[in-house]
Design a protein. Structure first.
Length: 275
C-alpha cells in the first residue's frame, strides 16, 4: 500500500514539476538560474520517499567561490533528489546528448541551460571542452561534472575521467569536490524510513598552476580523497538494517576508453585569454 501511495504522489509531483519547469524554462530558455529553480523543487521528494538528507556546506561561502567546476560521485538516478541543494544560481550540468530523449527529464534538462556533449565522438573532445572554457569565461558559468561518467550503482567509485580538471585548468577556475554518502539500494518506496544521506563539500582545489603531465595523477588523487571522505561519512550515516556498503577498495581500471571527455594536448590548442 505504501508503495502505491508513494508512486501516486510521485506521479502527481512529476506532472506538476514538468508543468512548472516548462513554464520557467520557456520563459527564459537556457538561463543559468533554471537548474537551481528546478532542483529546489525536487527537495520535496526527499520527504515523500522517506529519506533525510543532511547538507554540510555554507551556501554563501560556496557561491563566493564561483565560478568553479563542481565534481561529485554519481550513484543512481536518485542523485538529482539527494543532491538537490548543491546546484546554485549560475551552475549548469554537463550531460551526454542522449539525455534529450529521456521522457520529461530530457527536455527539461536541455531547457534548463545544461550542456549536452557527444561522448562517442572522441575527435571533437578538445573542441567541445574549449567551448566549455569560453562559456565559463564569457558567461561566468559554473559547471557540474560527474567525472565517473556513469552511475556506479553500488560498485564503489568508478575511475575518474580527466575532463573536469582539464576544463578547470584552462578556464582558470577551482575544482570544488563534493561527496554523497553511499546509498545505492537504500531508498525503497515500500519502506517507510529510508534512513539518512549526507552531502558534504570538500575544500576547493586550485589547478591553475597544474602542469599537463600532472593532470592524470591529480585526478587520481582527487578520487582517492573523495573515497576517503565517503568512507568516513558512511560510518556515521543512519541506514535501514541490512544495508551493504559498496567496496571502494577494488582495483581502479587504468582504461579510459568509451568517451574520455578530455581535450588532448596534441590536437586541441589551449585558448588564449581573449577567447
Amino acid at each position: 500500500m505504501l508503495l502505491i501511495i508513494r508512486m501516486l504522489i510521485l506521479g502527481i509531483m512529476g506532472i506538476l514539476w514538468l508543468i512548472a519547469g516548462l513554464a520557467i524554462c520557456l520563459c527564459r530558455p537556457g538561463h543559468p538560474w533554471n537548474l537551481y529553480a528546478l532542483t529546489q523543487m525536487l527537495r520535496l521528494v526527499q520527504r515523500v520517499v522517506g529519506v533525510r538528507v543532511t547538507y554540510r556546506f555554507d551556501v554563501k561561502d560556496l557561491r563566493s567561490r564561483m565560478p568553479a567546476i563542481f565534481v561529485g560521485n554519481h550513484q543512481t538516478n536518485w542523485d538529482i533528489v539527494t543532491v538537490a541543494d548543491v546546484p546554485q544560481p549560475g551552475l549548469v550540468c554537463i550531460g551526454k546528448k542522449s539525455l534529450i530523449w529521456v521522457p520529461v527529464f530530457g527536455i527539461l534538462f536541455y531547457l534548463s541551460g545544461n550542456i549536452l556533449i557527444d561522448r562517442s565522438n572522441r575527435s571533437r573532445n578538445g573542441e567541445e571542452f574549449l567551448s566549455l572554457v569560453r562559456r565559463i569565461r564569457k558567461k561566468n558559468l559554473s559547471l557540474w561534472i560527474f567525472p565517473e561518467g556513469h552511475r556506479s550503482k553500488g560498485s564503489g567509485m568508478l575511475p575518474f575521467k580527466t575532463g573536469a580538471v582539464h576544463t578547470a585548468r584552462l578556464a582558470g577556475v577551482p575544482i570544488i569536490p563534493f561527496v554523497t554518502s553511499s546509498y545505492y539500494g537504500q531508498i525503497k518506496l515500500n519502506r517507510w524510513d529510508n534512513g539518512e544521506v549526507i552531502v558534504e563539500m570538500l575544500p576547493p582545489r586550485d589547478v591553475s598552476n597544474l602542469e599537463k603531465s600532472e593532470i592524470r595523477s591529480f585526478t587520481q588523487q582527487l578520487r582517492q580523497d573523495m573515497i576517503a571522505r565517503i568512507k568516513e561519512l558512511d560510518k556515521e550515516v543512519r541506514r535501514p538494517d541490512g544495508f551493504v556498503l559498496p567496496d571502494y577498495d577494488g582495483p581502479e581500471s587504468e582504461s579510459d576508453n568509451g568517451g574520455n571527455q578530455e581535450p588532448t594536448g596534441e590536437t586541441s590548442p589551449e585558448p588564449s585569454e581573449k577567447s
